[in-house]
Design a protein around this ligand. Structure first.
Ligand SMILES: Nc1ncnc2c1ncn2[C@@H]1O[C@H](COP(=O)(O)OP(=O)(O)OP(=O)(O)O)[C@@H](O)[C@H]1O
Ligand SMILES: [Mg+2]
Length: 333
């Protein structure tokens, strides 16, 4: 278990992490999401005592990292896969870690097997591909057979096979009762991996919710209607007390009414439809809406990034009952 209590980090005037309080529980994969610069890596560094908090505290299985007698046996981490001496082989990199931490030599062979690097174990790591480097970093994290595991963006730059492998590894580690905390910018990736979700923006907690709850609250469907007789269509819907919102491109969006009923209604009134399409609000859009105000680094290509008005807002995501007003939000926000 990892417990954060008011964890805060300032770099001069910059508030990188702002009063974060949440608990990462064992037996689950907890996804840690936020846009670039949200404070994910800073939070993880403080968990490992690589950075001093300005205020607040973080405990690993009830202890401050500094008090852990055998840190590698308690918590394993992959923060930066490139933090390896390139002249050393994978085997010697791990052996060095094992020997300096009082871990048995046999663990080196075991973790090399787990991550699939045994065939290249004697090769210098500077020749490793990005995926091999990530695997070596994960092997180091697993070396002490720790109960708590932290991974900072482990799938960055990996091919689909590598992503699939890491996803299964995390799930298996959690199924063994370990605490697994993994950061990402990708909501869609986390939806497939994480059981629980912690979202931050500009260092602040935005959501602390189960993945199932997040999906339930944000993957509501709606129907898009396009007609050359938009005015009449609006009147017909209005007469049936069906609420429709008009998107920027002139199409109508109807929430909570099956497309069959809408199609039959249009037919009854002899209305021509050019489009009648059920839509699903994507979790990525939901995540962008949630973090829109806290995105620091915008691309300047003429279009706003991070949930700006250029994209029509899916009704399932818009503020209101069942949308963003759900009870999964951070308490007190
Ligand atoms: N050593 C440092 N000195 C000054 N500012 C820092 C330092 N480390 C981080 N920051 C700032 O703190 C903020 C949070 O950075 P952090 O790296 O924790 O974000 P992140 O969520 O991991 O981002 P990314 O998704 O890009 O990895 C950023 O604005 C960053 O510029
Ligand atoms: Mg980071």
């Amino acid at each position: 278990m990892i417990e954060l209590d008011g964890l805060t980090k300032h770099y001069g005037d910059k508030v990188a992490v702002d009063h974060l309080t949440f608990t990462v529980r064992p037996g689950l994969v907890t996804g840690f999401l936020g846009p670039n610069g949200a404070g994910k890596s800073t939070t993880m560094r403080m968990m490992l005592d690589l950075d001093n908090p300005t205020a607040g505290s973080v405990r690993i299985d009830g202890e401050h990292y500094r008090r852990l007698t055998d840190p590698l046996r308690s918590v394993g981490a992959l923060l930066d896969a490139k933090a390896v001496h390139g002249g050393r082989s994978a085997y010697h990199h791990l052996l060095c870690l094992a020997q300096s931490n009082g871990l048995p030599r046999r663990r080196v062979g075991e973790v090399l097997d787990t991550v699939g690097l045994t065939p290249v174990a004697r090769k210098r790591s500077k020749g490793f591909s990005l995926g091999m480097g990530q695997r070596l970093g994960i092997a180091a994290a697993l070396l002490g057979d720790p109960r708590v595991l932290l991974f900072d963006e482990p799938v960055n730059g990996l091919d689909p096979e590598g992503i699939h492998w890491i996803r299964n590894l995390m799930k298996n580690l959690a199924a063994q009762g370990r605490t697994v905390f993994v950061s990402s910018h990708l909501m869609s990736e986390m939806a497939l991996t994480a059981d629980h979700l912690v979202v931050i923006g500009r260092g602040r907690l935005l959501a602390d919710t189960s993945m199932a709850e997040f999906i339930r609250g944000n993957s509501r469907s709606y129907v898009r209607l396009r007609s050359p007789e938009a005015e009449r269509l609006r009147d017909v819907l209005h007469a049936e007390r069906i609420a429709a919102t008009e998107a920027a491109d002139g199409t109508l969006e109807v929430d909570g009414v099956p497309s069959e009923r809408l199609g039959e209604l249009a037919a009854r009134h002899g209305l021509v439809l050019h489009e009648l399409s059920p839509q699903q609000a994507s979790l990525e859009e939901a995540f962008m809406q949630l973090t829109a105000e806290s995105v620091e680094y915008h691309a300047h290509d003429g279009e706003p990034v991070g949930g700006g008005p250029a994209e029509p807002v899916p009704p399932g995501v818009a503020a209101g009952p069942g949308g963003w007003g759900g009870d999964w939000r951070k308490k007190g926000s």
